[in-house]
Design a protein. Structure first.
Length: 110
């Protein structure tokens, strides 16, 4: 299994992002929200909600999401666009709690 996060896997085209948010379906968990949309290739957007805190918290949250994706690529379908949105950071065992929440949320999609 390839545990690298390639630049081509990160969703960055403005047109694709707007299409994802306009036409995509969403599923929410306790700490995260996943928006997904059937497309021609797989790409992921990592973000936090608008009023999340300072830049340190937002960047830490995005790092947690990227780490989860890097370790669990097999949970994401091949031809989909995804937006992983972090709603809040748990107080204890943040990466483990976020990982468990995302796993249960992604199971709801399938």
């Amino acid at each position: 299994m390839n545990y690298l996060l390639k630049k081509s896997e990160i969703l960055s085209k403005k047109s694709d992002i707007s299409q994802l948010f306009q036409n995509g379906n969403s599923v929410s968990g306790k700490y995260t929200k996943v928006i997904f949309f059937k497309y021609t290739y797989r790409a992921i957007l990592f973000t936090t909600r608008k009023k999340f805190g300072n830049a340190v918290k937002r960047n830490r949250g995005r790092r947690y999401l990227k780490e989860f994706y890097r370790q669990n690529k097999e949970l994401f379908k091949a031809n989909y666009l995804y937006a992983l949105i972090l709603l809040k950071i748990p107080l204890k065992n943040a990466l483990d709690e976020i990982s468990d929440d995302l796993k249960t949320t992604l199971i709801k999609i399938q």
